[in-house]
Design a protein around this ligand. Structure first.
Ligand SMILES: *[C@@H]1O[C@H](CO)[C@@H](O)[C@H](O)[C@H]1NC(C)=O
Ligand SMILES: *[C@@H]1O[C@H](CO)[C@@H](O)[C@H](O)[C@H]1NC(C)=O
Ligand SMILES: *[C@@H]1O[C@H](CO)[C@@H](O)[C@H](O)[C@H]1NC(C)=O
Ligand SMILES: *[C@@H]1O[C@H](CO)[C@@H](O)[C@H](O)[C@H]1NC(C)=O
Length: 401
């Protein structure tokens, strides 16, 4: 009966079926999905162990190789992933604040199936909902980690909009070679509140997923937990360049700079050069160039009054998936003209302000002194007191007070 069904198919459809062949049941073999799937949480911030049992009745079948096709919803990548394994267990990472969804099929192969792979028609499935704990709106926001010049890692977050004022947040982290999740070694505080965690270079590994979990408690109950998965080498922010040289030679300007000191590999950096030109009319035009080397030459135009440059760097995509721009270096200019210091203009302003302050303080003092003097020396006329006070120095008044 099965053979007739196959025989009726058009050759192209048949070919397609052969390509997809695993579900082909033409030879009449069928297999059941695995039994009793379960997941266990060893306390690794979402790394779960999925286990299942073989389908019933398989033990009777000689000359069969049994494997499994596992599909799970990858909550960090937001798509389904699939793996094949001959084992009855598989370990992978889930975001525990989202649904855990897992499906397993049985695959049969070998002489018992005439050497075609047979996949079970159905799967055994497990859907686990996230724990419904934590007050809504208390989960942290904008979790970011920056690997500063590959020297230390600073992770920071913002509080959720509904986080009660007197709540306490905790950060835990885990990666593959850790037995158990660890708590933040060094919290960062702002006004006595935890807003981040500072890790030394050695406490986090490169080229490995590191899972961060921020949870907490408050008088109104537990805070909602947040999970984040990051690779530390993708969070590098190089230090700003400090050594920058500009040389004018003939008809060109040569800009050169040095890699930031520290452990960032220079060959992994790409650079952005910002060029500001001041035209004859005083107008400033700006352009930016991306380069991989640590030098760049510019034609020296006679119509340009002034050329200024600054640079910043980032880990290139040849070394890592992503990174942060460093801060800008200081600016170097040609012709080199020291900027006009603002002091000569500010000093008179300060003096004026000081004079105005003294005048404002002196006025009530004068009035008070005037009244006092008039009371003690009734015969003196008001006019003469006033002229006396305003024409002579204030030192005369103060001892009187
Ligand atoms: C097994 O497959 C071969 C070709 O691959 C075919 O000739 C043979 O008839 C098949 N046997 C059975 C029992 O289906
Ligand atoms: C496949 O299995 C799921 C549960 O694992 C079940 O709900 C569904 O009805 C099954 N489908 C068929 C066609 O047997
Ligand atoms: C984190 O640690 C590094 C080095 O130990 C230090 O330079 C930096 O200022 C610290 N950051 C904060 C926010 O405390
Ligand atoms: C936060 O998570 C850690 C690690 O899973 C756990 O040990 C701790 O009890 C949790 N704290 C709160 C307040 O939920």
């Amino acid at each position: 009966m099965m053979a007739t069904k196959c025989w009726l198919l058009d050759p192209p459809v048949l070919l397609l079926l052969i390509i997809w062949n695993e579900s082909m049941q033409c030879n009449g073999f069928t297999v059941n999905p695995p039994e009793s799937i379960s997941v266990t949480d060893p306390g690794h911030l979402g790394q779960l162990e999925i286990t299942w049992d073989p389908p019933k009745g398989l033990t009777d079948m000689a000359e069969c190789s049994v494997t499994y096709h596992l599909e799970y919803f990858n909550t960090y990548k937001n798509r389904w992933s699939a793996v094949r394994t001959s084992r009855r267990t598989y370990t992978t990472q889930f975001d525990l604040m989202k649904n855990v969804e897992v499906r397993v099929y049985t695959l049969l192969d070998g002489p018992c199936t005439n050497n075609t792979v047979i996949k079970s028609k159905n799967y055994t499935e497990l859907i686990q909902n996230p724990p419904n704990t934590g007050v809504t709106g208390t989960e942290i926001q904008d979790f970011t980690c920056v690997f500063h010049n590959m020297e230390y890692v600073e992770c920071e977050w913002r509080r959720g909009p509904k986080t009660p004022a007197n709540s306490k947040q905790n950060l835990y982290y885990w990666y593959k070679s850790l037995e158990l999740a660890k708590e933040c070694p060094n919290y960062v505080f702002l006004d006595g509140v935890r807003i981040g965690c500072n890790f030394s270079k050695k406490s986090l590994p490169n080229f490995m997923d590191v899972i961060f979990c921020v949870n907490g408690s408050s008088p109104e109950g537990p805070l909602k937990t947040t999970f984040t998965s990051l690779k530390i080498q993708n969070q590098v922010k190089p230090a700003a360049t400090e050594k920058l040289y500009l040389q004018a030679g003939g008809d060109k300007l040569e800009l050169q700079w040095e890699n930031p000191a520290g452990s960032v590999p220079g060959q992994c950096l790409e650079w952005q050069v910002e060029h500001n030109q001041e035209g004859p009319n005083g107008k400033i035009s700006k352009d930016e160039t991306l380069v991989e080397d640590t030098s760049l030459a510019f034609p020296l135009s006679t119509t340009v009054k002034k050329n200024c440059f600054r640079v910043r760097s980032k880990m290139s995509k040849y070394c890592v998936d992503k990174g942060f721009w460093s801060d800008w270096s200081h600016q170097v200019c040609h012709p080199e003209k020291t900027e006009v210091p603002p002091e000569p203009y500010r000093v008179p302003v300060y003096l004026c302000a000081a004079a105005a302050m003294i005048a404002m303080l002196m006025l009530p003092l004068c009035v008070w002194a005037m009244i006092k003097m008039r009371n003690s020396k009734q015969e003196k006329k008001l006019d003469s007191v006033l002229t006396n006070l305003f024409t002579k120095s204030s030192t005369r008044v103060i001892p009187d007070v």
